[in-house]
Design a protein around this ligand. Structure first.
Ligand code: FAD
Length: 459
């Protein structure tokens, strides 16, 4: 039996890597090391979910001030200071990163603040010192980074979402390129903070992959709230203008000018320069290929999280980490089930979705009953706010199972977490109907949808 410096060496201290390292040390009682080239905490804590959500909170006040008037409040003059918000967000990010670091140390994990690469199937090299360490298992948890269109002239004049958290001052105008959740969220943040915001997206509607009704509703809401959406278009070139502004040529023949251009066209797995090719780990489109147990084709090497490009969400990376530790270190083979994972878009209005879209359900051959409603919540009626809530249930017309739930509206991310329990538990629509409403709420509509808006004939 060869002896190793560590039982487990984790590369990348983000959502997945930190969870795996801590569990391996505390639960499986293994000797564990972790290497991180930036701040401990990874994308979610440092430049993703956490700072983004805090900016979302900050940007929501503008509409709240407006809604307050009909409730009797006179909000006569308001003034927003970007530097205050930015610094408070960074303070919280630093606090959380410190907690993550402390938790690793408390768990007895050796933490190396360094980039790490693979030397061979059981050896890791730290770039900061050149030292090498052997490990029985190596876990690749290096995450992903913003994809930039490097063939587009002037692409380097654009910024990534990670840069947006650090801006020295709030721009007057911004062009955001992309139609996915990160693009929609940043468009809502900047628009809410009073920045003239344009979204350029390749598809005809934002949020490709979400239910068609959700995509239509969100796009029209973004536009109603003042975001200019240029759809079915791509950026052809970016040029600098005096004063640091950008001139952006768009494929529909128009050109835009803005203080900043933000690329949000996708993410790319962090596999470059890791030594994976040298060791012989199979990659597909830059992502590490793994089986259901997060194992690569090399028996001592596993991979979890965004670097595997399965379902790129923090809770998923954490579940994959837990399953990895159970499988490899506790001798309890466990595969995380990637189906029916709920997701949220923290745009204004927000989106929550779980399970199949109507299009996916039809493509799988289901005959459907669709229960859909669009309504003005009580608060918005009084406030004179035109924002409607959309709720849509996709139900199998044969066995009555609720296959998917899709919500657009302020509380959608909170609601979808609970709806996900029912979808995951494979509950039938009749069981939703048995559930008594909570009144007065917007959520009660979910259990009061009695008549289908569309019903396929069942063979
Ligand atoms: P990461 O958290 O990215 O961690 C990987 C770590 O590895 C990084 O710290 C990196 O520095 C380090 N690393 C890379 N290479 C090396 C190396 N060679 N040596 C040492 N260290 C290395 N998900 C949600 O669930 N909800 C959200 O609301 C949400 N919002 C998001 C908003 C934005 C703007 C972004 C960009 C992402 C968001 N995500 C969200 C996605 C979420 O952040 C990721 O899915 C999650 O962080 C993936 O975890 P991970 O462990 O795979 O990688």
């Amino acid at each position: 039996m060869p002896s190793f410096d560590y039982d487990l060496f984790v590369i990348g201290a983000g959502s997945g890597g930190v969870r795996a390292a801590r569990l391996a040390s505390t639960l499986a009682k293994k000797r564990v090391a972790i290497a991180e080239e930036q701040e401990i905490g990874g994308t979610c804590v440092i430049r993703g979910c956490v700072p983004k959500k805090l900016l979302v909170y900050g940007s929501e006040f503008a509409l709240a001030f407006k809604d307050a008037e009909r409730f009797g409040w006179s909000v006569t003059s308001t003034c927003f200071d970007w530097v205050t918000l930015r610094n408070e967000v960074q303070k919280e990010v630093a606090r959380l990163s410190g907690i993550y670091q402390q938790n690793l140390l408390k768990a007895g994990v050796d933490v190396f603040e360094s980039r790490a690469t693979l030397v061979d199937r059981n050896t890791v090299r730290l770039l900061s010192t050149g030292s090498t360490y052997s490990a029985k298992h190596i876990l690749i948890a290096t995450g992903s980074r913003t994809l930039v269109p490097s063939m587009t002239p002037g692409y380097e004049l654009g910024i990534a979402s990670s840069d947006a958290f650090q801006l020295a001052k709030l721009p007057e105008s911004i062009v955001i390129v992309g139609g996915g959740y990160i693009a929609c969220e940043f468009a809502s943040i900047f628009n809410g903070l009073g920045v003239h915001t344009t979204l350029v997206c390749r598809s005809d509607r934002v949020l490709r992959g979400f239910d068609r009704d959700v995509r239509e509703q969100l796009q029209s809401d973004l536009q109603r709230l003042g975001i200019s959406v240029v759809s079915e278009a791509v950026v052809e070139s970016v040029r600098p203008l005096v004063g640091g502004r950008r001139k952006i040529a768009v494929s529909n023949g128009t050109s835009l000018e803005a203080d900043h251009l933000l690329w949000a066209i996708g993410r790319r797995p962090n596999t470059e320069g890791l030594g994976l090719d040298h060791v012989g780990v199979t990659l597909r489109d830059k992502a590490v290929v793994v089986d259901d147990f997060s194992r690569t084709n090399i028996s001592s090497i596993s991979a979890i999280g965004d670097v595997t490009d399965r379902l790129n969400l923090t809770p998923v990376a954490i579940r994959e980490a837990t399953a990895f530790v159970a499988t490899e270190l506790l001798n309890k083979p466990s595969a995380f089930d990637h189906s029916e994972v709920a997701s949220a878009v923290f745009s204004q209005p927000a989106v929550g979705a779980v399970g199949l879209t109507e299009e996916e359900a039809r493509a799988k051959g289901h005959r459907l009953k669709i229960f859909s409603t669009k309504f003005l919540p009580m608060k918005h009626v009084v406030a004179g706010n035109e924002q409607r809530v959309l709720m849509k249930l996709i139900v199998d017309a044969g066995d009555d199972r609720v296959l998917g739930v899709h919500i657009v509206g302020a509380e959608a991310p909170e609601l979808i977490q609970l709806a996900a329990i029912a979808v995951k538990a494979r509950l039938q629509k009749s069981q939703w109907d048995l559930t008594c409403a909570v009144h007065p709420t917007a959520a009660e509509e979910l259990v009061l949808l009695s008549e289908p808006t569309l019903s396929d004939a069942v063979a």
